[in-house]
Design a protein around this ligand. Structure first.
Ligand SMILES: [Zn+2]
Length: 172
């Protein structure tokens, strides 16, 4: 049986489609690397590309935050980032990578830290729980308590408006 040397793992394997992919451009009709090696390099290439994409995304978000911009539509970014990085652990790992990189400037690290606090699901979760608790509190109120609560809010609103009006009068 004809045999073929793989330039990847340097094994000499049977020159059959069990071991090598066909390649029309090669003189002998086979790829230089065996199937196993091709699979390995393909995976490595995809991983490298993903890591590069991750870094670009993280840097872009960190740059926005660093420059004082709001992160546009955090929910969208979170969804995309989670999908791309493979969940919150992936996001954390990618950010940590930027943070740990000795070449990252201090501001980039600060950006990552800020992004962490803004993007971590724990923050959103906490906010959601807070909102829900607030709703529950209002729902749990009796009619009288609710009236009182609303009256208090109204009073606060009026006071805020009066304070605002006074500020403007004093300024002119
Ligand atoms: Zn090989």
């Amino acid at each position: 049986m004809e045999r073929k040397f793989c330039v990847g793992c340097e094994r000499t394997l049977p020159a059959t489609s069990d071991y090598f992919h066909r390649h029309a451009g090669r003189r002998d009709g086979w790829h230089d690397e065996c199937r196993e090696c091709r699979r390995r390099s393909h995976k490595a290439m995809i991983k490298k590309q993903q890591q590069s994409d991750e870094r670009t995304t993280i840097r872009r978000v960190a740059k926005l935050i660093r420059e004082g911009h709001e992160v546009p539509e955090p929910e969208v970014i979170i969804r995309v980032a989670y999908k791309h990085f493979g969940g919150s652990q992936g996001v954390a790992r990618a950010m940590h990578e930027v943070y740990d990189d000795p070449k990252s400037p201090l501001m980039a690290k600060m950006g990552v830290l800020t992004a962490f606090t803004r993007l971590l699901p724990a923050v959103d979760e906490a906010r959601r729980r807070e909102r829900e608790a607030d709703e529950r509190r209002v729902n749990a109120m009796s009619r009288e308590e609710l009236d009182e609560h609303l009256a208090r809010l109204e009073q606060m609103f009026v006071e805020a408006m009066v304070a605002e009006a006074n500020t403007h009068e004093g300024g002119s």
